[in-house]
Design a protein around this ligand. Structure first.
Ligand code: FAD
Length: 469
């Protein structure tokens, strides 16, 4: 009988254990993507980016004589319908670890097993399954460094090549047309501007990994902190959608390490931060939507999403240039440099005293590398409410950060147009990407700070002290 390969955040063909198992089972393999509630409710940018990935994957499958079947609806019902249509005897997928996906997958598995099917999840999205990394006393890790120590010497399997052939069924089930899903709908006119910044699909991701570990990784230790440089791998969106496997990245990083390239270990550690985020999401699912440290529930966060300060933050109009440059970079490119993410998160949660969930939600709307675990961990880390978080009283100063990490203002010039005699094309493109209803123009006067670096810091520290830590 046929095997349904239910694809989600594993949109690649190489190093894909579930695909390998489906082929090994014998019989035809039918790759399926389901636009279920979880995919349907993605933010504008990740949903659009998902569409690009599906388009690429479908093309690759077709070139091998296979197909990607697209269906919309509840996952269990859709898989059951496909089983009925194709006579499939098995459904395989790659495991997910965030609470919403886990809940869905549990229900799907139980239902399919009840039907007598071989319903099975496989590894592949992570290098280290969350339940396999245990502290000396058998618990999970709450602190990154010991987690890193626990996994760094573990062997990671070599990545498998893509199969040379995927057996096709005699008759294919019907598929929706990707265009009919209108995954770009919420991106409005921004999609055309954002498109050149995307590196879509498995080939592009592997090419970039090769370039990065071959040429750039040696300078990673310093370049990774400079937002105007192309000093990081830029692979987060590929990893988030599974266009490349973390194991492939790990081995490429390891080769660079063995060649003595200085930044390699730091980069491997970043890959393990991604694992740590999933470790936490698996063991403490509340990290995705509640203060990880419950004592933070008493903190006087401002939860008003429509507060003028929050709107200014989203629109890159806080009057704090580093913050504004970063927010605009995200709106135009779908990405934001890691240092910039820390700075805008610190400004929102400390200077503006707004709840980290507001920022988390906005990132979810705008990031093409949106990842449920890394985004939640990043926000709770920045806000101080998370495990192994930066202490709340460590308030980033966006002005000294500019001096340190963007001393020639290249990043600021790239993204801020107002008041510049010759604004850059990238800075101007922001005004073409944003919704007209924001009513912003490059000819506006650049705003005064809504909350100054100094006052914001003082207010944040006062609120923190009042809480009585
Ligand atoms: P590189 O520096 O080349 O690192 C390699 C890979 O390691 C990345 O692609 C990523 O998969 C992983 N990685 C690196 N840093 C981190 C980190 N701090 N946490 C977890 N994984 C990491 N990353 C996302 O992938 N999706 C998100 O939605 C996301 N939201 C964030 C929100 C906040 C507030 C913060 C502070 C960080 C967030 N990050 C998120 C982490 C980090 O900023 C990005 O992974 C990184 O900027 C991606 O750039 P890169 O691919 O060039 O990374």
């Amino acid at each position: 009988t046929a095997t349904l390969l239910w694809m989600r955040r594993d949109l690649r063909l190489s190093d894909h254990p579930a695909l390998g198992a489906a082929i090994a089972r014998g019989g035809p393999v039918i790759p399926v993507f389901i636009l279920d509630d979880l995919a349907e409710t993605l933010g504008a940018a990740p949903k659009w980016r998902l569409g690009l990935s599906l388009e690429d994957l479908a093309r690759r499958l077709e070139a091998m004589g296979s197909r990607l079947i697209l269906r919309r609806g509840d996952a269990t019902q859709t898989l059951r319908a496909l089983v009925a249509e194709t006579g499939a005897g098995a459904v395989y997928w790659s495991r997910a670890y965030d609470p919403d996906s886990v809940a869905r997958d549990k229900a799907v598995k139980a239902a399919l097993k009840q039907d007598g099917l071989d319903a099975r999840s496989h590894e592949g999205h992570l290098m280290f399954e969350p339940w396999t990394v245990e502290t000396g006393t058998g618990g999970f890790y709450r602190v990154y460094t010991p987690f890193w120590r626990a996994v760094k010497e573990r062997g990671v399997p070599e990545p498998e090549p893509a199969p040379s052939h995927i057996p096709a069924p005699k008759d294919w089930p019907l598929s929706d047309a990707l265009e009919d899903w209108r995954l770009a709908a919420a991106m409005d006119r921004g999609a055309a501007i954002c498109r050149p910044y995307q590196r879509v699909g498995e080939d592009a991701a592997q090419g970039r990994l090769g370039w990065f570990t071959g040429h750039a990784i040696g300078a990673y230790d310093t370049a990774r902190d400079l937002p105007a440089e192309d000093g990081t791998s830029g692979l987060s969106e590929n990893l988030a959608l599974g266009e490349i496997s973390p194991r492939r990245c790990w081995h490429a990083g390891m080769r660079a390490l063995h060649e003595g390239k200085p930044g390699a270990e730091t980069w491997l550690k970043e890959l393990v931060w991604r694992e740590f985020a999933y470790h936490l999401a698996w063991h403490t699912p509340r990290i995705v939507n509640r203060n990880w440290r419950e004592d933070w529930d008493a903190f006087p966060w401002n939860e008003d999403e429509d507060h003028p300060h929050v709107i200014a933050w989203k629109q890159g109009r806080t009057g704090i240039p580093f913050v504004d440059a970063a927010m605009r970079e995200m709106y135009v490119t779908g990405r934001m440099h890691n240092r910039a993410r820390m700075i805008v998160a610190s400004y929102l949660t400390k200077h503006l005293l707004s709840h980290w969930r507001i920022g988390q939600k906005w990132f979810e709307e705008c990031l093409t590398d949106w990842d449920p675990a890394s985004n939640a961990m990043g926000w709770q880390w920045s806000a101080g409410s998370g495990p192994d978080a930066t202490p709340y009283f460590r308030v980033f100063n966006p002005e000294t950060q500019v001096q340190k990490f963007d001393p020639k203002s290249r990043y600021l010039d790239r993204w801020i147009a107002e008041g510049r005699r010759n604004p850059t094309d990238t800075a101007l493109s922001y005004f073409d990407a944003i919704p007209r209803k924001w009513g912003l123009s490059a000819d506006d006067i650049y705003p005064e700070p809504i909350v100054s670096v100094k006052d914001g810091r003082a207010k944040a520290l006062a609120a923190y002290e009042r809480r009585g830590f």
